[in-house]
Design a protein around this ligand. Structure first.
Ligand code: C2G
Length: 131
C-alpha cells in the first residue's frame, strides 16, 4: 500500500484544496493530511483561521480522498512523520516548490500545480468587497 502525506491549513476549504487532495490521493492508496493546528498557524504562519482545528479536521475527514488527519504542530515534524507513518510520497502545492527537497532522502517529493484562481485570501477579500 502506497502511503502519501500532505500538509496545510485548509481554512475556508475550497475546490483548490480538493484538487490538491484528489491528485495527492491519485499518487497512492492512503492519504494522510497533517493539518496545521491553531497555535501553529498563529505562531508560525501568522494565520488566524476562520474555522478551528477541530472544525477544519471534521471537514477534511469528510473528504473521500482523505484517510487520516493528524496535527501539524511545528515545521520540523515532517522527517519523523515520514518515518513514523511509513510514507512513500510527500506532496505539496508548487507554491512550496523546492522547500521540502530535504525529504528526498526518505521518500518521493512531489509538488503539484496550484489551482490558480482561488485562495482563502481571495475568498475573504471578495466577501469584503461585496459588503
Ligand atoms: N493549494 C492549491 N491551490 C490553491 C490553494 C491551495 O493547490 N488554490 C494547496 C497548497 O499548495 C497546499 C494545500 O493546498 O499544498 C494547502 O494550502 P494551505 O492551507 O494554504 O497550506 P499552507 O498554509 O501553505 O501550509 O508545512 C506546510 C504548511 O503547513 C503548508
Amino acid at each position: 500500500m502506497k502511503r502519501v502525506i500532505t500538509y496545510g491549513t485548509f481554512d475556508l476549504l475550497h475546490y483548490g484544496h480538493i484538487n490538491l487532495l484528489r491528485r495527492a490521493k491519485e499518487l497512492g492508496d492512503y492519504l494522510i493530511v497533517a493539518l496545521s493546528t491553531d497555535e501553529f498557524n498563529w505562531n508560525e504562519k501568522q494565520k488566524k483561521c476562520y474555522f478551528s482545528y477541530e472544525q477544519r479536521k471534521q471537514l477534511l475527514e469528510s473528504i473521500r480522498y482523505v484517510d487520516l488527519v493528524i496535527p501539524e504542530e511545528n515545521w520540523d515534524q515532517k522527517r519523523t512523520d515520514v518515518k513514523e507513518y511509513h510514507i512513500d510520497t510527500f506532496v505539496m502545492g508548487n507554491d512550496w516548490e523546492g522547500k521540502f527537497d530535504f525529504l528526498k532522502e526518505q521518500c518521493e517529493v512531489v509538488y503539484l500545480p496550484r489551482t490558480k484562481e482561488i485562495s482563502t485570501t481571495k475568498i475573504k477579500n471578495d466577501l469584503l468587497d461585496k459588503k
